[in-house]
Design a binder for this molecule. Structure first.
Ligand SMILES: [Zn+2]
Length: 195
């Protein structure tokens, strides 16, 4: 990566959870590949002298999300049961599971919540945008699952919240390849840098 260390860039790892990886309730084909790539990226940052001042994870975390769960899901707006709070499916995927994140943001307890910006911190229930601003963060790198859903929503919300947003596309896994490619175009059109 070529970006300078400004001390104001955070890495947002979106929903790298067991249910979104191969074998999970909503497994995406490249889930394990991106989990490994993201863990490798973070391992180069572990002394915090790297590019990121903060590294956080988001998690889909459902208790009773209404019509987000469906018996006959369309895999666009409705889904099989996934990421039930405190279940193995909702846990972060290895090797991401071993990363000491600065904070975890959980979303979707009682409704569909695609964007990490709907997530609240587990330690203090701060919303993601507020948490980042409090720490002087102005720029975000976004990675994770799924490119065409929660990564997309997180990136678009990040731009709306005024952050500079870069998407590390090789570290994002789509539900559907064509929708994933379209989502990257949409994020670029909205002002994100696709790297
Ligand atoms: Zn969900």
């Amino acid at each position: 990566m070529t970006t300078q260390n400004t001390g104001s860039r955070a890495l947002i790892v979106v929903d790298v959870q067991n249910d979104f990886c191969p074998g999970g309730a909503l497994g995406t084909e490249r889930g394990d590949e991106v989990a490994t790539k993201i863990a490798d990226l973070i391992s180069t940052q572990s002394d915090r002298s790297g590019e990121y001042s903060h590294i956080v994870a988001t998690q889909d975390w459902h208790i009773d999300p209404g019509a987000h769960f469906a018996e006959n899901p369309d895999f666009v707006d409705t889904w099989p049961v996934h990421c039930v709070a405190d279940s193995e499916g909702a846990a972060l995927r290895s090797p991401i599971a071993n990363v000491p994140f600065d904070e975890y943001f959980r979303k979707g307890e009682y409704e569909a919540a695609y964007s990490g910006f709907e997530g609240a911190s587990i330690s203090g229930k701060a919303l993601l945008a507020e948490w980042l601003r409090t720490r002087g963060i102005e720029n975000l790198d976004v990675v994770g699952i799924a490119t065409d859903h929660c990564v997309r929503a997180t990136v678009l919300d990040g731009l709306k919240e005024g952050f500079g947003v870069r998407v590390l596309a090789d570290k994002c896994s789509p539900v559907d390849d064509a929708r994933g490619a379209a989502a990257l175009d949409e994020m670029r059109d909205a002002g994100a840098e696709i790297a």
